[in-house]
Design a protein around this ligand. Sequence first.
Ligand SMILES: C[S@@+](CC[C@H](N)C(=O)[O-])C[C@H]1O[C@@H](n2cnc3c(N)ncnc32)[C@H](O)[C@@H]1O
Length: 222
Amino acid sequence: MEDKKEKQIHPFIDKRVEDYCGKHHSNRNEILQELDRQTHLKFVKPHMVSSAWQGEFLMLICKILKPKHILEIGTFSGYATTCFALATDDNCKIDTVEALKEYEPFLIKNFTDNGVIDKIQMHFGQGLEVIQGFEDNTYDLIFLDAEKIHYPDYYPTLVKKLTKGGLLIADNILWYGKVVLDSVNDKDTLAIRKFNDLITHDERMESLIIPIRDGLIVGRRK
Ligand SMILES: C[S@@+](CC[C@H](N)C(=O)[O-])C[C@H]1O[C@@H](n2cnc3c(N)ncnc32)[C@H](O)[C@@H]1O
């Protein structure tokens, strides 16, 4: 029987379609299933995890793009980080930035247990400040998944850090449908609209929105 309390993620996509898509991907990886379970057991806002459907997309992108250097902003429980690590070659390095240092013990344990710790460099602090300290680092894949209000502020730095042909993927860019509601003008919604417009109208980029879960925008540096 359908759980009436279970909310649909996106208000404009029929829950039956969402459920169908959620069941039709091949992500049966036991490491990721267990990490998703642990996230729901141990984190206060487990809905923030990328989960299987989006994780499968991120892994597919890695297998096609074969990035050597990945940057993630917003590590949380390390689900997407682990997807990147599992779907890339041994010589791929991943920088992941998280504001909350208290996640570190959970992340170290899981990255170690899952055999991916050697590929991952964790950084703790405010994303914008941390990445500005990276100076000359460039990335073939950047996943922006932290505080929405600063998405437009991240944009110029992230584009500069993208290699030619590299991808910038940002999460939650439909913001539960609020981006299309004229009556909604809170700071997060305004910031996400601005970010989507920046990437869409940037001559250096080619981009599109994919309405997986709360929406991903995928931009490629020409
Ligand atoms: C949606 S979660 C990330 C989910 C994760 N990327 C995944 O795919 O499962 C957002 C994370 O961004 C972190 N965050 C919020 N503000 C931040 C900031 N200014 N700098 C770095 N991380 C931040 C939050 O603590 C949270 O862990």
